[in-house]
Write a protein that binds this ligand. Structure first.
Ligand code: ADP
Length: 243
């Protein structure tokens, strides 16, 4: 469903992505692992053109974009197929929980306010925030704010949800509630790509693990293959350090 070919990205003189190829099937939960600075977040952001890749192609369910010469229309269509959950939630501070979720449905999906409200309440209930609709982000814990971020992505019914280190800004005691919401939506068969350092989560929720280092995919496979019997020395070293 997602196919990226030979994606490259350079910041200044630093080549951050050195020709990435990746195929993701519909319904897969892909986890991207790797040391800090290996290009994981940049790869995720290249998928929806929050960063424009220098070269290569991105294809999400039939919308093929040539990264060298993307048209505005192509980028727009690609973005409509994705939704992103950010490390720092990126909520509108002056909007309530409900308004934060409704916003995208009204602006991007062109739903009327009544439809947007119904859909938003439905997804907020799914992430366990049905009783917080009229609160403002500052009145919520980090875990609750991130669950609003997840509800906002879910409401858009994208082809794929991109999670950029969704729990790394949270106090340790709040990580569990966010991971359990992600687990729940993963079980519904929504395609997702998750950059994370949560190894337990990667092991039992993903069905495709990608290990990156130095701007390349060093190794990828089923979680069992990567965690139990990694082939590449760099993967072995990384897993030894982190687990
Ligand atoms: P990871 O997610 O694996 O930690 P990133 O994709 O965030 O890695 O970053 C990879 C490299 O690219 C890092 O060296 C980082 O400093 C650099 N980088 C990322 N974004 C930018 C940017 N907007 N401008 C300049 N350098 C960047």
């Amino acid at each position: 469903m997602i196919e990226i070919r030979n994606i490259t990205k350079t910041f200044g003189r630093q080549e951050v992505l050195k020709g990435i190829d990746l195929t993701v099937e519909k319904g897969e939960v892909v986890v991207i692992l790797g040391p800090s600075g290996s290009g994981k977040t940049t790869l995720l952001r290249c998928l929806n053109f929050l960063e424009k890749p220098d070269d290569g192609t991105v294809n999400i369910s039939g919308e093929q974009v040539n990264c060298k010469r993307p048209t505005k229309q192509e980028i727009h269509s690609l973005r409509k197929k994705t939704a992103m959950v950010f490390q720092h939630y990126n909520l509108f501070k002056h909007k309530t929980v409900l308004e934060n979720v409704m916003e995208g449905l009204i602006i991007v999906r062109k739903l009327d306010r009544v439809e947007a409200r119904v859909k938003s309440i439905e997804v907020l209930e799914k992430v366990g925030l049905g009783d917080k609709l009229d609160m403002y982000p500052s009145q919520l814990s980090g875990g609750q704010q991130q669950r609003v971020g997840i509800a906002r992505a879910l409401a858009l019914e994208p082809e794929v949800i991109l999670f950029d280190e969704p729990t790394s800004a949270l106090d340790p005691e709040l990580v569990g509630e966010v991971l359990s919401v992600i687990r729940k939506i993963a079980a519904e068969g929504i395609t997702m790509i998750v950059v994370t350092h949560e190894m337990g989560f990667a092991r039992d929720v993903s069905n495709h693990v990608v290990f990156m280092d130095g701007g390349v995919i060093v190794e990828e496979g089923k979680p069992n293959e990567i965690f139990r019997s990694p082939k590449e020395e760099r993967t072995k070293q990384f897993l030894k350090r982190i687990t």
